[in-house]
Design a protein around this ligand. Sequence first.
Ligand SMILES: [Zn+2]
Length: 171
Amino acid sequence: MALLEIVNYPAPVLLTVGKPVEHFDDRLESFVEDMFETMYHAKGVGLAAPQVAVANRIFVMDCSGGEDESQRIAAINPEVICTEGEQTGDEGCLSFPGLYVPITRHQRAILRAQDVKGNWFELDGEDLTARCVLHETDHCDGIVFLDRMTILKREMAKRKIKRLQKTGKWD
Ligand SMILES: [Zn+2]
């Protein structure tokens, strides 16, 4: 296993729609293992392939932070097929280090995706699980959480990023 390098906004790959995965082989499995390792190392609860500069529709998540094996999910070619309700809460992203902004998302989301072997599955998640599924599926569509902020919060976030860039705390 290897740690992958996480790219920060505004890397173009973060703003690109991911290509579907067609080959479910050993290479994909080891890439997904590396993504899990990278996510745990960075203390994140989700990581999408574009965040490690790979423009494919793949994400991993674990809302338990490695405490509960059943929360460990790898989603290949994910799509959100159903949503319900609304929740607002602070959200972060490993490609926006140090930035936590309240974001309104659906309270419940049903995900349809393939596992590393290519088998389709559905995941019905609420609260943090739904938030994570929606955030990571967005990454696969070239959408970052900045795009989900209110206009005011987005302008404030952009200003903060500029400040951090100037002081070299953001690459
Ligand atoms: Zn993110």
